[in-house]
Design a protein around this ligand. Sequence first.
Ligand code: SAH
Length: 519
Amino acid sequence: MKVTAGTGKVYLVGAGPGDPGLLTLKAAKAIAAADVIVYDRLIHPAVLRHAREDAELIYAGKTPERHTLKQEEINALLVSRGRDGKVVARVKGGDPFVFGRGGEEAEALAAAGVPFEVIPGITSAIAVPAYAGIPVTHRDCASSLAIVTGHEDPAKEESSLDWQALARGVDTLVFLMGVGNLAQIAERLIANGRPGGTPAAVIEWGTRPEQHTVTAPLEAIAQAAEEDAVKPPAILVVGEVVRLREKLRWFDIRPLSGRHVVVTRSREQASELTEALESLGAGVIEFPVISCRPLEDGPSLERLDRAIEELESYDWVVFTSVNGVRFFLDRIFRLGGDVRALAGIQIGVMGEGTRRAVEERSLTVDFVPGRFVGESFVEEFPEKRPGVRVLIPRAEDARELIPEQLRRHGCEVDVVPCYRTVAADTEAAELRLMLAAGTVDAVTFTSSSTVRNFVKLAGLDTPDFRLPETVKVVSIGPVTSRTARDLGLPVHAEADPHTIGGVVQALLELLARPASGEG
Ligand code: SAH
């Protein structure tokens, strides 16, 4: 697919059922290329992060109570933007042609002569049961599947649905948009010949961390869903396949399923922790309290450039963070050099992540301490003697412990800044709302600066906001813990070892719970 800005084309894009990982590559590409994005209510914010920063975002979402934009208005909008020569991504939940009114939009575009393409999405009708451990077909018990609207009032006389055929002729029935009509749907199916004991499931917020499933025989499913206060979006699955959930349930029984954890790292670094937590089932709120940037022209940059020029004069380069590695090597590269500039120089690192960052650049690490706190670095450092020259490239505002102690042993230590950290405040308001609403189970801190920025941006330094008591605080190590306590935060667990893996383990110990049963 070639997506070029300026040629005028509308992409009818399916964004999948909720889990942002279920977006197709082609959909991500179209969203990234679009000048205009028209999106619906159930679109995950992570999907919209594929958009260009300057893209025009238009919310066309419909809520059950009111229509934000009428369908005709959406059609007209797509046509006019397409005619203006814009690349438009019309982003819909699931698949655009499965109860998505994509057909109508395509008709309007075709009639107006505006070029369009359809990018199918993973439909909730199939993916949501899958995430609940229900295959919609199965060799032993289901050879046919119907995807049915549950929106139509099943009590009305001239139904467009052939209820008898559905009740008797199709093995698996999946109803979308049916939460408000569960009782009537079940009644109608039973009246038309489906046994009342047929297994049924209602799945709410499928494929999202908050996914919730209620199972019951068809005759009791409406009441069970009501007792559990199930609300849209949810689907109803009816058929023998529902029984397989007992054996195949997987998504909502992972150790951190249903838990929400704030990951407070820079945008550049968040993914390792985020991925680990998501694979354990947690919903991760990535809150980039700090973001790392290259140095601007000025005395700091001059010092960095001088150190790079004189690199040969050092015996050791010590990296204390992934970003130190990244920005230091980027600068060498910018100045026309490459990793050969480090030939003959020993490399020491703090932490596993930093070691990996060095090794990923095809450099060998000569020293890494067994424990990841500054004190043990100096204790174990092999060349603590006078005259040994050590370069430490790192953040502008990092702590002094390692250089001070090495100097005490007579080493000649140069600390040069190679990047700066800036606070990102864009998502602060959103985070404050989530904390106040009680949806956050834990907050993680992986450095003192993440604590300081979090406290500031979450508004914890103002008298009108406090961290709710239900929120657990996990820190990566003693220095970070001390900063948190100094700023008035409780620390419920400290990672041991002081690594991302240690943080994950600490969260598991605090939050993992046995899967609850269901009706
Ligand atoms: N085009 C979409 C369906 C749009 S109709 C698709 O292919 O998935 C909207 C209905 O889809 C909702 O009322 C609900 O029944 C279902 N739905 C969509 N996403 C869902 C989700 N994550 N969990 C449960 N049901 C969902």
